[in-house]
Write a protein that binds this ligand. Structure first.
Ligand SMILES: NC(=O)c1ccc[n+]([C@@H]2O[C@H](COP(=O)([O-])OP(=O)(O)OC[C@H]3O[C@@H](n4cnc5c(N)ncnc54)[C@H](OP(=O)(O)O)[C@@H]3O)[C@@H](O)[C@H]2O)c1
Length: 252
């Protein structure tokens, strides 16, 4: 999201600060719910609010904050808010039920890897489409059943629901009447009735639910690389090149 916003010719007006994810320590609070020293995480809808999180000090409405997972260091917890809320809210649009079959595309990515794990908790069978053979093992380890890097290998008409995070549109894999949700910038496939696009919303309570799953050891957050903010160029280049095994975290 951040590199796309940077590269976007219609992006927010300058001056702007990038950044949707935040993990840090409260230095000053004006509300009783949080005190200096608390470890917190948040997602900020940077494009619409202009409130970016890539800074040493961030003034953020307390309503966006959630206690950080106790079992993760903050540099790892930073990878949860945007990707986790996106996965959770998009899955709510297709509500995979026990015994149903769901396909997640981009299953080794930031959103996809969390979506596979969350969808498995619903009792659905989750299959995964990844971009490279090296990611097959990753998606399997997250709980996906059939994992492939080739659209042609997907069973035709087999899925009750598809969650597209990778602009793949594997429409032929969807069963007649199946549900389809996308989070990508691409137009929705016209041939899938009811196909929906989901835009992530700030939701501190939803984020707290994800934190509880992390702390219970039931949700794994994958970080592929850490960079100091001075190295932000390299972080963008690395991510844009693709194939990073998890989120890229900037450290301030
Ligand atoms: N609508 C919203 O609210 C919302 C919120 C967050 C993100 N997004 C968007 O959602 C998308 C996913 O976000 P993300 O953070 O999960 O990105 P990400 O970490 O880059 O994950 C995308 C995954 O898709 C894989 N992929 C790319 N092309 C593929 C293909 N043809 N077949 C199978 N897999 C493929 C990528 O593999 P490689 O790394 O090998 O290329 C990567 O593993 C992005 O477009 C992002 O901008 C939307």
């Amino acid at each position: 999201m951040d590199w796309k916003t940077r590269a976007w010719d219609r992006g927010p007006a300058f001056p702007m600060t990038l950044g949707w994810d935040l993990a840090g320590v409260v230095v000053r609070s004006t509300v009783p719910a949080f005190a200096a020293g608390d470890r917190v995480i948040a997602m900020s809808g940077q494009i619409s609010t202009g409130l970016g999180t890539w800074a040493d000090l961030v003034a953020v409405p307390a309503g966006l904050l959630t206690a950080a997972p106790a079992r993760l260091p903050l540099v790892q917890a930073a990878a949860l808010p945007l990707a986790g809320l996106t996965a959770r809210q998009a899955l709510d649009r297709v509500t995979p039920a026990p015994g149903e079959r769901l396909l997640v595309t981009g299953a080794a990515g930031g959103v996809g890897s969390l979506a596979v794990q969350l969808a498995r908790r619903s009792g659905a069978r989750v299959d995964a489409l990844v971009s490279r053979i090296a990611q097959v093992a990753v998606a399997r380890e997250l709980g996906a059943s059939l994992v492939t890097d080739r659209v042609a290998d997907l069973p035709v008409g087999a899925y009750d629901a598809v969650f597209d995070t990778a602009s793949v549109h594997p429409g032929a894999a969807l069963a007649p009447g199946g549900r389809y949700v996308s989070i990508t910038d691409d137009p929705l496939p016209a041939d899938i009735p009811g196909a929906a696009k989901n835009q992530v919303r700030e939701d501190a309570a939803g984020l707290a639910d994800l934190v509880a799953l992390v702390d219970a050891g039931e949700l794994r957050v994958r970080v592929g690389a850490w960079h100091a903010v001075e190295d932000v160029h390299r972080a963008h280049e690395l991510f844009e090149a693709g194939g990073v095994p998890g989120k890229v975290v900037l450290i301030f």
